[in-house]
Design a protein around this ligand. Sequence first.
Ligand code: GTP
Ligand code: SPV
Ligand code: MN
Length: 593
Amino acid sequence: MTASLSRQAAVVENKALKEWVADVARLTRPAQIVWCDGSEEENRRLLAQAVSSQVLIPLNHKKRPGCYLHRSHPNDVARTEGATYICTPTKQEAGPTNNWADPAQTYAKLSKWLEGSMAGRTMYVVPYLMGPVGSPLARVGVEVTDSLYVVLSMRIMTRMGAVALEALGNSADFNRGLHCTLDCDPQRRLICHFPQDNTVWSVGSDYGGNALLSKKCFALRIASYLARRESWMAEHMLIVGVESPDGQVTYIAGAFPSACGKTNLAMLTPPPTFKGWKVRTVGEDIAWMRVGADGRLWAINPESGYFGVAPGTSWRSNPNAMKMLERDTLFTNVALTPDGDVWWEGIGQDAPEGTLDWQGRPWKRTSSGKAAHPNSRFTTPMYNNPVLSPKADDPEGVPISAILFGGRRATTVPLVLEAFDWEHGVYLGATMGSETTAAATGAVGVIRRDPMAMLPFCGYNMGDYFAHWLAMGKRMKHPPKVFMVNWFRKAPDGSFLWPGYGENMRVLEWIISRINGTAKASETPVGFVPADGALRLDDLDIGPENFKQAVSIDPSDWKEEIEEHEKLLRRLGKTVPQELWRQLERLKAAFHF
Ligand code: GTP
Ligand code: SPV
Ligand code: MN
C-alpha cells in the first residue's frame, strides 16, 4: 500500500495530514491512494474514469458541453436526518434537537464498519479551502473518500487541491472528513460529527449533504460549533447584493430552510419595471460571518459551487440558473431525454417522447411517478452564474445590512415583516416554522419549527445557539435589520397568492428602503408591515384581494402559531435565553391573548 502512494503525496509536507491519511488507510486498506491536486488534467482523467465505471452518463455535449448525469442509488436521494449524529462528550452539549451518541463508542462502532472497507478500491484525498484565499474566515478541510462522484462534486463545490494545501501549510488545524460509501445500505448509514476533534465520519451514503463533507457537515454543523467558541457565525444563508439605479449596493443575507428558495432569491432577475436594478449573487446556501472593525456584520460564502434544486427551475422562474446549467454541470437524479439532454418537472416544456426517469426507466406524462426526483439537483461552479457578484472571491466578504428569515407557509405568515430590533429578530428566526421538503428523507409538507433554518445543521444545543445570536447582536455597533418573508402563502384554492421568483424584487426594494429610512410601514403585534402603497405593485398581475391576503395577519392563526412557539421553547428547555421568553410574553400581550 505504501508503495502505491502517488507522486503528489511525496510533495505533501504537512506531517499531521500525512499521519492522519496513513491512519485512515491502515483502517480502510485501499488498493491505492490518490491525492487530488484540483488540476484540469486531473479533472479530465477522473471524469473519463467516472464515465467508464458508469458513475456518470455523458450528456449531449453539443447542447451541454462538460455536463453529466449521475443516478444515485434509489434509497440514497436526500439527507437522512435520522442517521445524523452530533458526538459531543455530553448529550447536553448536543441538545434536544440533535441525535447524540458517545464519541468513543461511535468511533469504535464505525471503525468496525470501516475495517478494510476500501479493499481493492481507490482512496481519494481531497484537500479543500472554504472561503476566498486569504480571508480571515477561510478554513481548510480534507475529505478522504472512496467515491469518484464525491471527488468530482467537491471539485465544483470548493476550492480544491493545491490551493488548499498551500493555505494549510504545516498547520494541523483542518477538518478531518472520512467518507466511505460502503454498500449504500440504509441500515449501515451514519453521518457522525465530532466537533471537539473537528472531525466528521460519514458512511453508507453518497448523497450531497451526507457525503460532500465540506457542506452541511463542516461548513454548518462543525463550523457553527467553532463559531460559537470563536465569536463568529456559520449560517444556512444566501448572500445577495442588490444594486439600485443610483449605484448603491445593499447586501442581504437570508436563512430559508432546505428547498425554500435561497438559490432562487440569490440570483433573481428583477422584473422589467425595475429598470436599473441589479441583483448579484455572493452565496446561495451557506454564510460565514464576523463582526468587522466598523461594527458591522461581514459575510463570505465559504463555497465555490452550487448544489441546487432542479425541479421548478425554468427560463421563466430563473433564467440565470438556466444559463448557468449550460456547461460543466453534474446533474443528479434528473430525467434524461432521448437526445441526451436533461428534463425535470417545472422546466417549462413537456418531456419529449422517449424520456427516461431518474432511475432510467421509460417515462410518460401519464406515468404515476415524477420523471425527475423531487430532490434532483445540479452541481455547478459559481463562476458559471451570469450574475455572480464581483465580491464572491473577496477575502473581506461583504457587509450585511439585513437578515431575512423565510419559511414555506401556506397560511399565517405574511409576505414580509420587519422585526422591531435585533432581539425581536432573533425571536422571529428562532420560532420560524416551515413545511418539510424533499431535501431530507421523511414526510413532505409537514410544518415543523426550524429555528434560523438550522434545525438539521446546528452542531450544538439550540438554546445555546440562540444565546450566541443575542451575544453577537451586542457585539455589533450596526447590526443588520431583521425581516421575515414568506413567498409560499396560498389561496383557499391551493394556488400561491404571490408570484414569487423575480417578483420578490419588490419585497427586496421595500426592505432596502426600510434600511435607508425611506419606506413607510405599519406596526402590528408581530412587527412592521408595508404601509398601504409602500410596496410597489406596478405592472404586476396580482389582484388587490390576493395581495391583501398575502400580507394579512389573522389573530386566530397567530393564536395557534404562538402556541407552537411556546411548545418549541419548552421543548428546548432551560438553555433558552430569558430574552426569548420575554419576547413571547410581549407578543401574547400585544394580541391580548
Ligand atoms: P437548498 O439547496 O435545499 O438549501 O434549497 P434553497 O433554499 O436554495 O431552495 P431553492 O431556491 O433551490 O428553491 C427550492 C424550490 O422552491 C424550487 O423548486 C423552486 O422552484 C421553489 N421556489 C423558489 N423560490 C420560489 C418563490 O419565490 N415562489 C415559489 N412559489 N417557489 C419558489
Ligand atoms: C439542503 O438540504 O439544505 C441542501 C442540500 O442544500 S444538501 O447539500 O444535501 O444538504
Ligand atoms: Mn441548503
